[in-house]
Design a protein around this ligand. Structure first.
Ligand code: NAP
Length: 550
């Protein structure tokens, strides 16, 4: 079905603009901010339900994360077919992913295909950024100011702005004065960056930085990797999807969708009941070997049941990885530096790699341990650490993001006395990561506090919930949907309680610790998707009691 075609024949709830302050196209029922995975999903679902929708997007194209993070080596680490949209079997059938973990160009092509297939592009305004959003209680609408000077007015405002969309550049003296080429992985330019014969620095050794190194090292004159904290990297184990596998995926769509719609982590991986501590040393070694060779996140989801829960079991898995690193990296000093010593496996989000450790055996790759020789400044020509300056042509800043709340806090959202940046000054307060009290008709699926796991899956849960809530309000002739503060308080307290006992370490971006001055609060939800799904089911069953509707 083509929801966009349907939507044009269904008049919008608000009709045409009548307010002279409107400077945009006809008023939509819903203004969606962001044309990434969540924004496209949300727009599709609302159009399908007959709402009028405008999407505003800062980029020149769709894809969100997969539009901005076009750095060399950027690719999925969730299986492609578990990350994509599941709202159309026809789409699933016709799209052929070339690899189990697709690269960024293919992912961007996919999102473009989806937008064109369902005729969503004409609902999207590209190249505009929201600078302010003001709730008008009289008309029950949001007035949203864009950086092109225009104002949009819509009944509902849905910020699908993502959790990893505001890049973080550290405050290092001289960082703006570098005369060479410098890019953050999260704002990688569309024009290709030529690394051939160049002296390259990569700063940051987490999920992004470790993807860049193996792609750039073979062509660059030299690559210097600046590492502050080593990470527990394991192989992605990517491979092409064969015709037989593709046929099987198609045949299994209903079953796969059912699993992905309900699994605790949003993957289709089967959990293991055996425990590391109950296995013999030989059994464990053989099992860990199989896990090491398994694709992607199975290192977490299909590992021994106690690896993420019991520090002793976790230590056994870490020792196995450490031995692998020592066996791959020729230089024993580099090998030791690449083995984490300050956190257990999965206390930080573990990266998945292809040829990362092997790259350190190349004669043109050097590892700089910033714990031993901290960075002092960026000069016009390079980077200076306490052991001197190294000259570079290109610096890749793989230094992460203002996770969870970064984009929402930059939207300038206000409703009456409520200013989002004030209300969240000590960290976000939400109900199920979809709304916060004091901001009627403002939703943020894909934002903080929802769950943890394969993002598009639990973000889809939120999209479906918001869609159902808007449908229920429309059916009842209601124009205002406002979260009860008690519901927000309950959910936020649950998130904070879970943070105390969660398997996540607390010194990482999940807690905002990577951003100087950011409140130290869990930005995910350690109770995970089961809690989210149960909460949504109960809310639906009782006609959304967490919300005041009028
Ligand atoms: P990140 O995990 O936050 O890592 C940032 C890196 O920069 C860390 O190594 C950090 O070191 C380093 N860093 C930060 N400030 C620094 C400074 N002042 N000096 C030196 N180093 C500094 O960011 P990311 O690698 O971009 O990944 C973010 C998330 O994006 C991932 O967790 C994942 O969810 C997603 N992602 C996914 C994929 C994929 O495969 N699908 C690929 C890339 C990213 P410290 O650890 O010491 O702070």
């Amino acid at each position: 079905m083509n929801p966009a075609a349907d939507a044009t024949s269904t008049p919008g709830e608000l009709g045409e603009p009548g307010d002279p302050a409107d400077t945009g196209p006809p008023r939509p029922d819903v203004l969606v901010v962001g044309a990434g995975m969540t924004g496209v999903n949300q727009a599709y679902r609302l159009l399908e339900e007959g709402f009028t929708v405008e999407v505003v997007e800062a980029g020149d194209g769709v894809g969100g994360t997969w539009f901005w993070n076009r750095y060399p080596g950027s690719r999925f680490d969730s299986e492609s077919y578990t990350y994509g949209f599941l709202f159309s079997e026809e789409l699933f059938d016709e799209w052929v992913w070339s690899e189990h973990f697709a690269g960024q160009p293919e992912i961007e092509r996919y999102v473009n295909h989806v937008v064109d297939k369902f005729d969503l592009r004409r609902h999207i305004t590209f190249g505009v950024r929201v600078t302010a959003a003001q709730w008008d209680g009289e008309s029950c609408t949001w007035a949203v100011t864009l950086d092109d000077g225009t104002v949009r007015r819509a009944r509902h405002l849905i910020a699908a702005t993502g959790v990893l969309s505001v890049p973080y550049l550290p405050d290092i003296p001289g960082i703006d004065g570098f005369a060479g080429v410098a890019h953050h992985t999260g704002r990688w330019p569309a024009e290709p960056v030529d690394f051939t014969g160049k002296r390259v620095a990569i700063v940051g050794t987490s999920s992004s930085g470790v993807q860049v190194l193996p792609v750039v090292a073979p062509v660059a004159e030299s690559v210097t990797v600046y590492q502050r904290t080593a990470n527990w990297c394991t192989p992605l184990n990517n491979s092409p999807i064969t015709d037989e596998e593709q046929a099987q995926l198609r045949a299994d769509f209903a079953q796969l969708k059912q699993i992905l719609d309900t699994s605790p982590h949003g993957f289709h991986h089967t959990a293991v009941e055996d425990t590391a501590l109950d296995a013999s040393a030989e059994e464990r070694e053989a099992f860990f070997e199989r896990v090491w060779s398994s694709p992607g996140f199975r290192k977490l989801t299909s590992n021994y049941a106690d690896v993420l829960l019991d520090p002793e079991a976790n230590e056994l898995w870490c020792a196995f990885i450490a031995a692998k690193i020592r066996s791959i990296v020729d230089d024993p000093v580099a090998a030791e530096a690449l083995i984490p010593t300050d956190h257990r496996y999965a206390q930080k989000r573990p990266p998945f790699v292809a040829g990362y450790f092997e790259a350190f055996n190349l004669p043109n790759v050097e590892l700089v341990d910033l714990r031993a020789t901290p960075m002092v400044r960026v000069t016009r020509t390079g980077i200076e650490t306490t052991d001197g300056e190294r000259p570079f042509d290109v610096i890749v800043w793989a230094t992460g993001f203002d996770f969870g709340t970064g984009a929402l806090m930059r939207l300038g959202v206000r409703a009456g006395d409520h200013v989002l940046t004030d209300d969240w000054a000590d960290g976000p307060a939400t109900w199920a990561g979809v709304q916060c009290a004091g901001f009627p008709n403002f939703f943020f699926p894909g934002g903080p506090h929802a769950a943890a796991g394969n993002n598009p899956r639990y973000n889809s849960d939120q999209v479906e919930f918001v869609t159902d809530l808007l449908c229920a309000a429309r059916a009842a002739g209601e124009t205002r949907i406002e979260l009860d503060p008690a519901a927000e308080q309950r959910w936020t307290a649950m998130v904070d309680r879970g943070a105390q006992s969660s398997a996540f370490g607390s010194d990482n971006y999940y807690f905002g610790s990577n951003i100087p001055g950011k409140p130290h609060r869990l930005l995910l939800n350690a109770s995970g998707r089961p809690k989210l799904l149960k909460t949504f089911a109960e809310s639906r069953a009782h006609d959304f009691p967490e919300f005041h509707r009028s």
